[in-house]
Design a protein around this ligand. Structure first.
Ligand code: 13P
Length: 281
């Protein structure tokens, strides 16, 4: 199966009233586990890269790796550039093979966010690349962001204006989530999500997926979330598995044993997480 368009995966999820799950990856093992885990779970998957990670895994090499593994995968696979607020970097990613990008202007005032996101959509359209925007702001736990403060949540009227004026294919929205490991259990404002969903037609995206309880996710998926992003929890598991693998005496006999155990642990995690998606393929 070749790489699928993220927009097609999200539209299918919207019709099925569920969410595709997207994971940030950083190396061959994490990409491999996303795709193998999706095959085990029989679910579609989206593999994402943070633009800052291009110093360790170039855009071109990352995109080529995902495409290469997608070719022989038995489930649909999407490729996406996560959070980017700089047009030249987004253009670089598109040039190097990314078929979907996030234009993150969420820290900008509304008009500036609209202008920036629209400029990305205008360029992306030429190359048939999908754009995810963000309205409202999902911050970072590490930066002290108050994710329970409703003033930071997406306003349905602004979401409608944003979608209409930018032409984004999907839209990340804020209703109580935050990037990183939560200090206190999140309590998603599902009423706000429903109001946003009523105001716009484009698929909605939930960021800050690590540590959100499954019951809240199930409801959010039914109430309009069609793409769900997970990063921190996957990276922390990768670190733990690497630490265990590379301190094992076994490596002295078989230097490659670590790779197998790391991939196995990551693949199991992905397959389990993907069960939250109701779209079995
Ligand atoms: P977490 O790192 O909190 O899982 O969030 C990931 C994310 O939203 C990436 O866009």
């Amino acid at each position: 199966m070749a790489l699928e368009k993220v927009r097609d995966l999200l539209c299918a999820a919207q019709k099925a009233n569920t969410s595709v799950i997207a994971f940030d990856a950083c190396d061959y093992n994490t990409i491999y586990a996303c795709i193998k885990g999706a095959e085990v779970a029989r679910r579609p998957v989206i593999v994402m890269l943070y633009p800052t990670m291009r110093s360790v895994f170039s855009f071109g090499a990352f995109a080529a790796t995902v495409k290469d593994l997608a070719k022989s995968a038995s489930v649909p696979v999407g490729l996406h550039l996560d959070h980017c607020s700089e047009l030249p970097i987004i253009i670089e990613a598109i040039r190097d093979g990314f078929t979907s990008v996030m234009a993150d202007g969420s820290a900008m005032p509304l008009e500036e966010n609209i202008a920036f996101t629209k400029s990305v959509v205008d360029v992306a359209k030429i190359f048939d690349v999908d754009v995810e925007g963000e309205i409202g702001h999902v911050g970072q736990v590490a930066g002290g962001f108050d994710y329970q403060n409703a003033d930071t949540f997406t306003r349905p009227d602004e979401a409608a204006v944003f979608a209409g004026r930018t032409g984004v294919a999907s839209m990340a929205v804020a209703f109580g989530s935050c990037h990183g490991m939560y200090k206190a259990e999140p309590n998603l404002d599902l009423e706000r999500l429903q109001e946003i969903d009523k105001a716009v037609d484009v698929p909605l995206v939930l960021h800050g997926g690590s540590g959100i309880p499954a019951d809240q996710l199930e409801k959010a998926f039914q109430m309009g979330i069609n793409k769900f992003n997970v990063g921190t929890e996957f990276f922390l598991l990768n670190t733990k598995l690497c630490k265990e693998a590379y301190t094992s005496e076994e490596l002295l006999k078989n230097p490659f044993a670590g790779i197998t155990s790391i991939r196995k642990g990551l693949t199991e995690y992905i397959a389990k997480k993907l069960e939250l998606c109701e779209m079995k393929v």
